[in-house]
Design a protein around this ligand. Structure first.
Ligand SMILES: *[C@@H]1O[C@H](CO)[C@@H](O)[C@H](O)[C@H]1NC(C)=O
Ligand SMILES: *[C@@H]1O[C@H](CO)[C@@H](O)[C@H](O)[C@H]1NC(C)=O
Ligand SMILES: *[C@@H]1O[C@H](CO)[C@@H](O)[C@H](O)[C@H]1NC(C)=O
Ligand SMILES: *[C@@H]1O[C@H](CO)[C@@H](O)[C@H](O)[C@H]1NC(C)=O
Ligand SMILES: *[C@@H]1O[C@H](CO)[C@@H](O)[C@H](O)[C@H]1NC(C)=O
Ligand SMILES: *[C@@H]1O[C@H](CO)[C@@H](O)[C@H](O)[C@H]1NC(C)=O
Ligand SMILES: CC(=O)N[C@H]1CO[C@H](CO)[C@@H](O)[C@@H]1O
Length: 639
């Protein structure tokens, strides 16, 4: 066996055994600063049309046996053209591509400018669903497990500077008991019914498992040795004085000789500065970051922490500008406070979902969604049920819309799914979320999961550990999860700061009986608060509605039913609001795609908007309600 084969074997071992989350030897998580250009940094997206080939071999492994990364993809089969960013599922007219489970391969070539020869060059993928392996010019540069968070690697030594380069991404959308979200592969052995080796992917979540390179693929540069690796900012205020605690992390190899940190206000003025890598700055007459419903004259006020570092030899200087806001979040037993003022969540749930592009990043869609959020009067959304694109989070920061930042921990419902392996992965995903979103003022809570089987005794220890882990990373934000279980036997709500419950009275139970909603809901919500003495948000409630279906009196699936259903919930919300009820979040902002099944007619139809982002009658109801909250006229009129 020659050395080359040894290396290949080693690569394969790595490949199949270690989708690792890298941590530095000092325990610090690797930085995940959003790629931004500056005097010292260039950013280049590799978005566009990529070559694409799926591995349909029965073993789903032919691509590795043939080493599809070693030569251009077109040498191994008839490639398709698939856009990045986008899900690949709904692009082609090929059912096999839409429903594919296994390794999908992406490739493109690109030229690296010769002016980059003195730079450190990083390849970053903002999201690829689910497991990914990345090669540059045939050499493996990184692997990543998880479908919704960024990963990157220094690829300087792999690139041909001033020449053509090839990047290959293999990604596998298979969900297993230890992925987040979990799922199972089920083999069908009855050869009278199924061909040999036939398998299906079972999901435990109610949305389509879109796959692909969903967000930007980016090359960016930093100086070679003296560069800013991470920035951690914590804020508070006293009266009109803001406090900004920050820590600047470098790459670890070479200490900075000169650090200059400035807080830059919206007009571009430096309002505080320091020469330390870690310091506490005070800002007089600070502009706080407010949700737009609490301060419409200056919503979402963002400062920038402008950091500049210079190397020992003075030959290198790196500059990075990190946006942040000054704000605090606090909960008591009955209320939620932002900047010490009571906040009520006029909320909504979302999905990253749209026709054709699936879960792919799309600027027009983001702009439309924020337009419709403001039209509805929404001041708060939950990233159900996975972290959203950073460009969406930027919009929330800038427009003053509050975010409950939720992990992909959806559908953790079976015994096996509380394994230690799952637990370790869940913690790693929470760390990655924290790393990405920690400096965002819009993020007020971390949500670790949606609808886990929290009555299962195994859930208690599992979520105690996940929640403790999140608190160890961030003491400044409340931690929660969305619960659909019963207060009598739930084992996890004891650990959270604010209770989130998903409720579907008169839909999944007592369907059609809207007259029972107020009675059942009040009993239930009072039960939660009495037992746990924490503020409560109804984090989901809704009914499937086909736009254009009408019937009077109301009938399930009609627009009349959805309106009547929501109104019944609102009566109870308004009754409890002065007590411990701090927010409401209809399910869902818009219709979205699900797996094919006999309970979903081309997707989930619980949207207030259609999948094309046009309102149903329920959207007008919510808009009317939320607008009255904004103008202070809470004497809600019925439409
Ligand atoms: C896939 O193929 C590679 C290369 O032949 C081999 O090393 C690996 O064990 C295979 N993996 C699986 C899961 O069959
Ligand atoms: C890739 O997909 C195949 C087919 O679903 C599955 O058997 C295999 O476990 C997956 N591998 C990884 C690392 O996700
Ligand atoms: C900022 O740092 C100071 C001094 O170390 C500390 O007292 C304060 O609690 C910190 N504030 C925040 C918001 O982290
Ligand atoms: C709104 O924000 C602006 C700018 O930060 C500030 O001057 C003003 O006092 C704030 N208004 C309220 C009601 O907090
Ligand atoms: C997880 O590991 C711990 C020891 O580290 C063990 O006590 C516990 O039983 C394990 N839990 C599960 C669900 O396997
Ligand atoms: C939890 O309590 C509810 C209501 O009392 C009951 O219907 C359910 O079966 C219980 N679940 C478990 C796992 O004990
Ligand atoms: C997706 C998944 O992990 N499913 C497993 C969860 O636990 C049950 C019960 O132990 C198993 O039967 C499932 O296969």
């Amino acid at each position: 066996m020659d050395i080359c084969i040894h290396i290949k074997l080693y690569t394969f071992l790595q490949l199949f055994l270690s989708f690792t989350h890298v941590t530095h030897s000092n325990g610090k998580l690797p930085g995940m600063l959003y790629p931004r250009d500056s005097e010292s940094r260039s950013v280049r997206h590799l978005d566009g049309m990529w070559d694409f080939l799926i591995d349909t071999s029965p073993s789903r492994n032919l691509s590795f046996q043939q080493q599809w990364y070693s030569h251009p993809l077109r040498m191994f089969g008839e490639v398709m053209t698939i856009p990045v960013p986008a899900s690949y599922n709904d692009i082609t007219i090929d059912k096999q591509v839409r429903d594919f489970v296994g390794w999908a391969w992406y490739e493109r070539t690109y030229y690296v400018d010769k002016n980059w020869d003195q730079e450190r060059i990083v390849l970053r993928i903002d999201s690829a669903h689910y497991n990914s392996i990345v090669w540059v010019n045939g050499n493996q540069v990184m692997t990543h497990e998880g479908g919704h968070l960024p990963f990157e690697a220094d690829v300087t030594s792999q690139l041909t500077i001033g020449g053509t380069n090839r990047v290959t991404v293999a990604l596998n959308n298979t969900l297993t008991p230890t992925t987040l979200p979990p799922g199972t592969i089920q083999y069908q052995s009855d050869t009278n019914k199924y061909p040999p080796g036939y398998f299906v992917q079972n999901l435990q979540m109610d949305f389509f498992n879109y796959a692909g390179i969903h967000r930007h693929v980016t090359l960016y540069t930093t100086p070679k040795s003296a560069y800013i690796e991470d920035i951690d900012i914590r804020t508070s205020f006293q009266g009109s004085t803001g406090t900004v605690n920050y820590t600047i992390y470098n790459a670890g190899q070479i200490g900075f000789v000169q650090v200059r940190v400035d807080v830059i206000d919206k007009d571009g003025n430096s309002v505080a500065h320091s020469n330390q890598a870690q310091d506490t700055l005070t800002i007089r007459n600070a502009n706080l970051w407010w949700p737009y419903t609490m301060n419409s004259s200056s919503p979402g006020y963002l400062y920038k922490l402008q950091v500049s570092v210079t190397s020992q030899s003075h030959s290198e200087k790196d500059i990075y500008r990190q946006p942040f806001g000054i704000r605090t979040v606090r909960v008591t037993a009955t209320q939620l406070f932002i900047n010490d003022r009571a906040f009520y969540c006029q909320g909504i749930n979302k999905h990253e979902d749209a026709d054709i592009r699936g879960k792919g990043l799309d600027y027009a869609l983001i702009a439309r969604d924020f337009e419709m959020l403001r039209w509805l009067g929404v001041n708060c959304f939950r990233t159900s049920h996975y972290p959203y694109a950073e460009e969406i989070m930027d919009m929330a920061d800038q427009t003053g819309i509050v975010v409950i930042d939720e992990s992909p921990g959806v559908g953790i419902v079976n015994d096996n799914n509380f394994s230690n392996k799952s637990l370790e992965h869940h913690k790693a995903v929470m760390s990655e979320m924290f790393q990405r979103d920690k400096n965002r003022p819009a993020v007020i809570f971390w949500s670790v999961a949606n609808e886990p089987k929290s009555t299962n005794p195994l859930a208690e220890n599992y979520f105690r550990e996940v929640i403790e882990h999140v608190r160890s990373l961030d003491a400044s934000r409340p931690v929660t999860f969305a619960c659909n279980q019963n207060y009598a036997n739930d084992t996890v709500v004891q650990f959270v700061d604010v209770i989130l419950v998903n409720r579907y009275m008169a839909w999944y139970s007592d369907v059609s009986h809207t007259e029972l909603i107020q009675r059942q809901l009040e009993y239930d919500l009072r039960g939660w608060h009495a037992k746990f003495n924490k503020p409560l948000i109804v984090s989901e409630y809704g009914a499937d509605t086909i736009a254009g279906f009408h019937q009077e009196p109301s009938f399930v699936f009609t627009e009349e039913y959805q309106v009547e259903f929501l109104q019944e919930y609102h009566t109870t919300f308004d009754k409890l609001r002065g007590e411990f009820f701090v927010g409401e979040m209809p399910w869902n902002f818009a219709d979205f795609m699900t797996v094919q099944g006999i309970t979903r007619v081309v997707g989930n139809k619980k949207g207030l908007l259609t999948r094309q982002r046009q309102p149903k009658a329920s959207a007008h109801l919510i808009r009317d309600r939320y607008m009255r909250m904004i103008t202070g006229n809470t004497n809600i009129c019925r439409v």
